[in-house]
Design a protein. Structure first.
Length: 266
């Protein structure tokens, strides 16, 4: 399962000093430690504030060579009334230096506001603004649509047209979408429970691992509802899985349990 990456959102969370990090670990080494227990991290800080090229380079040097980050785009790019006016904000975000992550740069996540309703012309324009490459480096994009109105086959058609991955969000709060629309999978598991030592019950960890293996091999789980009648190409896909939200203090344990389950699957 070398094409499957599993991690959490961010690496700075005070409760993790009790549940994940060794008690004597300096805070300055949290990323170093986390990146050796997990295989990817979704950088969330970029959603709230701009970063510098030097910061991206620093993050890259603190992680193993085979480690991959995903990156949440700044909220100014997506939290707006009219997505057709987002191009300049998208360009400015991409100019802040994320390509300094080099080979450690994975997908860029564009998260829409939960109140944003689906309007086909807006989404079509927005997706057209996302560059497929910069300076010869390929970029991969995932869009997280959270309003129920996005449960529309027309949205799936647009994301497939622009070859952008639709984020699969396991969430009781937001729309769940499981149509494969890009050449990779982006799954956000958002229902960790504090009473579960590993965030999810063992049976659920096993079930998610089964689905991930199917996606990675180019298939589709038969227990998740999809909207489009047309099936995607049956090709192997990279998978990026993040345990995030819910009882966040349990996220690292859940991610590590999922990594072990996938290893054990052979």
């Amino acid at each position: 399962m070398s094409n499957v990456r599993v991690g959490v959102g961010g690496w700075t969370f005070e409760p993790w000093r009790e549940t994940f990090y060794p008690p004597d670990l300096p805070k300055a080494r949290e990323l170093e430690y986390a990146s050796r227990k997990l295989t990817s991290i979704e950088i969330n800080g970029t959603f709230y504030r701009g970063q510098s090229p030097a910061t991206f380079r620093k993050w890259a040097t603190e992680t193993p060579e085979d480690f991959v980050f995903s990156l949440k785009a700044h909220r100014v790019t997506t939290n707006r009334k009219d997505l057709t006016e987002a191009k300049s904000a998208i360009d400015r975000f991409l100019e802040t230096g994320p390509l300094e992550l080099g080979e450690r740069l994975g997908p860029i996540l564009w998260q829409l506001a939960p109140t944003k309703r689906f309007k086909a012309e807006e989404v079509d324009a927005f997706l057209s603004f996302l560059p497929k490459e910069i300076g010869g480096r390929r970029l991969r994009h995932a869009i997280e649509a959270r309003h129920a109105s996005f449960r529309d086959p027309d949205f799936i058609e647009l994301t497939r047209k622009h070859r952008v991955a639709t984020v699969f969000a396991h969430s009781e709060k937001y729309a769940e979408l499981y149509d494969v629309t890009g050449d990779f999978i982006y799954l956000r598991l958002q229902e960790c429970k504090s009473q579960e030592p590993k965030g999810y019950p063992p049976a659920e960890i096993t079930n998610w691992a089964k689905r991930i293996r199917q996606w990675a091999a180019g298939g589709m789980p038969d227990d998740l509802q999809v909207l489009a009648n047309e099936k995607p190409p049956g090709i192997p896909r990279d998978c990026f899985i993040y345990v995030i939200s819910g009882a966040k203090e349990r996220a690292p344990a859940a991610a590590m349990a999922l990594i072990e389950e996938l290893k054990g699957a052979g």
